[in-house]
Design a protein around this ligand. Structure first.
Ligand code: HPA
Length: 249
């Protein structure tokens, strides 16, 4: 089986436990990836890792070269992408510290390079995005969470905002009315670009704060990072279980 790729977000600068074998600097028609893609072994299982914010995490969500990142992973022949996103919690179950494996997306981003379709292929590229996440890969994640005893929410609507600022209270109320359970800034266009290239893609969201206006405390990066540090260990456990299950299959 070909290796999976992990795209890490805020708080996952390095994938602890990944024994790096080499770095791939893939040149793409869209420019450079956020940083070189690490190829390595995680518990002896081959894996690629890319941190979407670069190193040391300086690229803001609206400036990430999502096209280069996804294109490069496809060119390395990955079997699928598991994306890690940190998010704010909107619905009541989505408290800080919770892991969510979302099943739907609402895209509020704008002005990002969001497609590979530049009208040059001679045919239109209207991908089916009814289910934005790859069903089988999502089910594998859910099975890994179950077999590894990792507490999680098995579904949720991931609203993706433009950032880099956080939302207003009214924006979060509107997103709640729209049906969003969590809010992040990096889930799109990554998911759609992966679908355009036919790369299976699923996401694990770590809730790091109550979304704007849902709590009296101010939203600070410091408190988010504290929760992220704890959740990163749980995500690692989930990934390790996922990879073990795949190797057994
Ligand atoms: N809003 C948007 N993105 C986020 C948040 C949030 O509250 N928390 C972490 N990423």
């Amino acid at each position: 089986m070909r290796p999976l790729a992990i795209i890490g977000g805020t708080g996952i600068d390095e994938l602890e436990g990944l024994e790096v074998i080499r770095d791939h600097r893939v040149s793409t028609p869209f420019g450079d990836t956020s940083r070189p893609i690490q190829e390595g072994r995680f518990g002896n299982i081959p894996l690629y890792f890319l941190q979407r914010h670069g190193s040391p995490g300086a690229i803001p969500p609206h400036r990430i070269n999502y096209r280069a990142n996804v294109w490069a992973l496809k060119s390395l022949g990955v079997d699928g992408i598991v994306a890690i996103n940190s998010v704010g919690g909107i619905s009541s179950a989505m408290r800080p510290g919770r892991l969510v494996i979302p099943d739907q997306v609402i895209d509020y981003t704008w002005g990002r390079e969001h497609t590979f379709d530049e009208g040059e292929a001679g045919e239109l590229m209207h991908i089916d995005f009814t289910e934005p996440y790859h069903r089988a890969l999502r089910l594998e994640l859910l099975a890994a969470a179950d077999s590894g005893g990792v507490p999680h929410e098995a579904s949720g609507v991931h609203g993706v905002t433009q950032g880099p600022r956080l939302e207003t209270a009214a924006e979060i109320q509107r997103m709640a009315r729209d049906g969003c359970d969590v809010v992040g800034m990096t889930g799109m266009p990554e998911a759609a670009l992966s679908r355009e290239l036919g790369v299976p893609y699923a996401s694990v969201c770590m809730v790091v704060n109550p979304a704007a206006g849902l709590d009296d405390l101010p939203l600070t990066l410091a408190t988010m990072r504290e929760i992220l540090a704890r959740e990163a260990a749980v995500v690692r456990q989930l990934l390790s279980e996922l990879l073990k299950n795949r190797q057994r299959a």
